[in-house]
Design a protein around this ligand. Structure first.
Ligand code: FES
Length: 57
């Protein structure tokens, strides 16, 4: 499922990036996969997925 429609980033792409690079913030995640770099509507969902993958929520 696409999380970021602007950049065609899927939830699985976000989970793969988090598992591989262990970003500690959304800012770091954005440097790995281009989520939230255009309209920004996906940032909340991307953060939830990142935190779920890091198991901090
Ligand atoms: Fe991700 Fe627009 S949906 S930047």
């Amino acid at each position: 499922m696409y999380v970021c429609l602007c950049n065609a980033v899927s939830d699985e792409a976000i989970r793969d990036a988090v598992r591989q690079y262990q970003p500690v913030s959304l800012q770091e995640l954005k440097q790995i996969v281009p989520v939230g770099t255009k309209c920004g509507k996906c940032t909340c969902k991307a953060r939830v997925i990142m935190e779920d993958e890091l198991q901090i929520i």
